[in-house]
Design a protein around this ligand. Structure first.
Ligand code: 13P
Ligand code: SF4
Length: 349
């Protein structure tokens, strides 16, 4: 998408058209000015900006060349010919872009944009699991760091997890590190799930058929949503349609009307006609969907936020391009092994 030919006034108008119901005008003017400077610099430096669906609305609607969920951005990162990739998302996403583009400069605007799932498991943990379950393939959620991906056979995102597990065509799979995503995928793929961190070594044999071996990682945001939240929302708004990310507990997913990746939830709102929706995910995404669907009402529980995604601001992104900071590096032997797991996922879709 060519945006840098736009004047500052033109960019402000485009943002106002989308966001006047979501962002106050004085803030929009300030942010449009920042976004204009970023887009100018982006062109000068032959950079591409990838923006996750959780970016705050003014950033989301002004500077990214591509927006999407983890899977879509992974695919974009695999095909870009820009010299610099600025990843407006969290560190594991920027690392995945670097894994796929060793020759490019990959920048993340804040060094503090972590993820509770990525921090829940180490490469040593995965090696230990592999030694306890020899020969069992390891499926790793992309919300992990490169050294964990490097120990894995294949990666997945929330958008393709069940497909990736099914593609392996085996009865036993190690699925890391999100406990709730694992439980949700086990349900979708007809597998029983065990947690060896808490259970003794399981006995071998027929009873282990169709088994998934999980880990106790959790998203600090999605684990907070409860079935009671849904019941209260439905009591107040009987016609509300509830959407939950698959990092929510299986009970919350079961009480919802739809569960899917951030892109799948966005598409669901676009293709259905309910008057209002409750989004059980990071609240900025509700603003972004509301901006694109002005006739639909988005209810969101904004007391629950992802502090890591919130680290990425227009100010930090401008500084990132001005100062070439913060450069994401992945050690080459780790990168090569992690790239295999990511590429295998991309081939599956
Ligand atoms: P998606 O892959 O659905 O975009 O989710 C990423 C994420 O971090 C959700 O919390
Ligand atoms: Fe990680 Fe959860 Fe934040 Fe997504 S919302 S980046 S899984 S902490």
């Amino acid at each position: 998408m060519e945006r840098t030919a736009e004047t500052a006034a033109g960019l402000y108008e485009r943002m106002r058209e989308k966001l006047s119901r979501v962002v106050p005008d004085f803030e929009l003017r300030y942010k449009a000015e920042l976004a204009y400077r970023i887009n100018t610099l982006k062109k000068e430096r032959n950079a591409v900006i990838l923006g996750h669906n959780y970016m705050e609305p003014a950033l989301y609607h002004s500077i990214p060349d591509f927006t999407g969920d983890s899977l879509e951005l992974c695919r974009k990162a695999a095909t870009t010919d820009a010299d610099i990739i600025v990843f407006c998302g969290v560190r594991f996403m920027a690392e995945t872009a670097k894994i796929l583009n060793p020759g490019k400069t990959v920048l993340i605007p804040s060094p503090r944009a972590g993820c509770s799932l990525a921090e829940s498991i180490t490469a040593a943990d995965v090696r230990e699991l592999k030694s306890r379950f020899p020969g069992v393939p390891v499926v790793t959620y992309v919300n992990t760091y490169a050294d964990v991906k490097a120990e894995s056979d294949i990666c997945c995102t929330s958008g393709n997890a069940a497909k990736v597990v099914a593609s392996l065509g085996v009865e036993r799979v190690i699925f890391l590190p999100d406990e709730f995503l694992a439980r949700n995928v086990a349900k979708d793929t007809g597998k029983r799930i065990i947690f060896p961190t808490k259970s003794p070594r399981p006995a071998a044999g027929a009873e282990l058929e169709r088994e998934m071996i999980g880990w106790r990682g959790r998203c600090e945001v999605h684990e907070k949503f409860t079935v009671e939240d849904i019941a209260r929302a439905r009591a107040q708004f009987p016609d509300v349609v509830v959407l939950a990310h698959p990092e929510c507990s299986p009970e919350v997913v079961a009480a919802s009307d739809f569960s899917g990746s951030t892109a799948a939830m966005t598409a669901y709102v676009e293709r259905t006609r309910a008057p209002r929706y409750l989004l059980l995910t990071e609240c900025s995404m509700g603003d972004n969907i509301a901006a694109a669907n002005p006739q639909k009402e988005m209810l969101r529980l904004c007391s629950v936020r992802c502090p890591h995604m919130g680290e990425i601001t227009l100010e930090q992104t401008l500084a990132s391009l001005e100062e070439t900071r913060y450069v994401v590096e992945v050690e080459e032997s780790i990168r090569l092994r992690a790239a295999g797991a990511v590429q295998r996922m991309i081939e599956i879709g």
